[in-house]
Design a protein around this ligand. Structure first.
Ligand SMILES: [Ca+2]
Ligand SMILES: [Ca+2]
Length: 381
């Protein structure tokens, strides 16, 4: 692994935040392009209470049999968000759950959803069929990065590279590194490969990579509301996709991180680092790994005040995110919402496997703990 030299750190400006849970991260490789605003769906006038109310599943039936690898998400009305900020004095991982308030009422139509994170073998089929080259595999151009030294214009991505000793949690450069040549094909850079990892989630995926795959597959990325409705599996206000207990009957329910973050991953949940998909029980809708393993892109722009906007207007019907992104911690970056946390999430640092919590990431930036899954609205099957 080639750790980023100090001279290259300009490529990965520090994000001062709480890292969206160590997540996704604002490692910006300065590849942002102007974003296209999206149009919000009109909303009704029902009041919001900032409390969880029962989920009302739609009686809509799935149109025919399930597409391969997908499960039916019935849609309906539910309470979206997290119950409370976890610790307002915590500056290294939990505080950003304030962006998950207030709890507000949302309705989504039914849809099909991938039961698992998109895997390497699925993404490989896509690239073979289309010759698609991911953002991480492309050589940055001097035209796009006029201030960069020519030797810095090399393809690569951001890789978790833990130190061999405990470190303060306020500097993510202690455990993230820019690695030349890292991509979905070489998840940790030169010398690594996906051979034997066909069932692992594809990683180092920028937003446009996920979109391109989804379009090829006749699908699209989920909105944040669709993702959360699906992840909750019909449970109202549960802390996790499977219920309120982190372990159910002593059983690990997600691939997350145990041990002192970031230097010790004990793998007590059976996996050190990333795991193949579907190694833990699914939620009530048949979805695997909606908590943990890899973060997942949604199509919503990120704003910390978006829920406040929605709550002011009653039940939000099929909300598609704010019209433009804004993260006050990195106001020039274009970020979309990540969900679900990853194998690096821990109660010590980032508990974003808690189902109502949010992550965020700059749209051109992939890492080796960020992937995605797709949805297919009805009418397209
Ligand atoms: Ca683990
Ligand atoms: Ca996941």
């Amino acid at each position: 692994m080639t750790k980023q030299s100090p001279a290259r750190k300009w490529l990965i400006p520090v994000i001062v935040i709480v890292l969206a849970g160590g997540a996704g991260i604002g490692f910006n490789v300065m590849r942002s392009k102007p974003a296209t605003p999206e149009t919000p769906t009109p909303m009704s006038a029902a009041p919001a209470s900032d409390e969880f109310a029962p989920t009302i599943e739609s009686q809509e039936r799935p149109p025919g049999s399930a597409p391969e690898g997908m499960v039916w998400i019935p849609g309906g009305e539910f309470s979206m968000g997290a119950r409370s900020p976890m610790d307002s004095n915590d500056v290294v991982g939990m505080q950003a759950t304030t962006d998950s308030r207030p709890i507000h009422r949302v309705a989504v139509d039914g849809f099909w959803m991938d039961a698992t994170e998109v895997t390497n073998e699925q993404f490989d089929r896509f690239t073979k069929a289309t010759r698609y080259i991911t953002v991480a595999e492309r050589t940055p151009t001097a035209a796009d990065y006029p201030t960069a030294a020519p030797e810095d214009l090399t393809p690569g991505s951001v890789v978790f590279a833990p130190p061999d000793h405990a470190v303060p949690l306020n500097d993510h450069f202690q455990w993230w590194a820019w690695v030349d040549g890292a991509s979905w094909r070489k998840p940790t850079g030169s010398g690594s490969s996906i051979k034997g990892r066909e069932k692992y989630p594809v990683v180092h995926i920028a937003y446009e990579d996920a979109q391109a795959y989804a379009k090829w597959a006749g699908k699209r990325l989920p909105t944040e509301a669709e993702w959360e409705f699906a992840a909750r599996g019909g449970l109202s206000g549960a802390l996790y996709p499977w219920g309120d207990n982190f372990k159910e009957n002593g059983q690990w329910m997600a691939n997350v991180h145990q041990g002192n973050f970031p230097n010790i991953d004990t793998g007590a949940d059976a996996f050190v680092g990333i795991a193949a998909v579907a190694k833990y029980p699914p939620n009530n809708y048949g979805l695997y790994d909606v908590g943990g393993n890899v973060w997942e892109w949604t199509s919503d722009w990120y704003r910390p005040d978006y829920y406040t906007q929605l709550a002011a207007s009653g039940v939000a019907r099929n909300p598609k995110g704010p019209t433009e992104p804004f993260d006050p911690t990195e106001p020039t970056e274009k970020k979309r919402v990540h969900r679900g946390g990853s194998f690096l999430c821990t109660e010590q640092y980032c508990s974003r496997y808690a189902v109502g919590t949010r992550g965020k990431g700059e749209v051109t930036t992939g890492t080796n703990h960020l992937g995605f899954r797709c949805v297919m609205p009805t009418g397209k099957t």
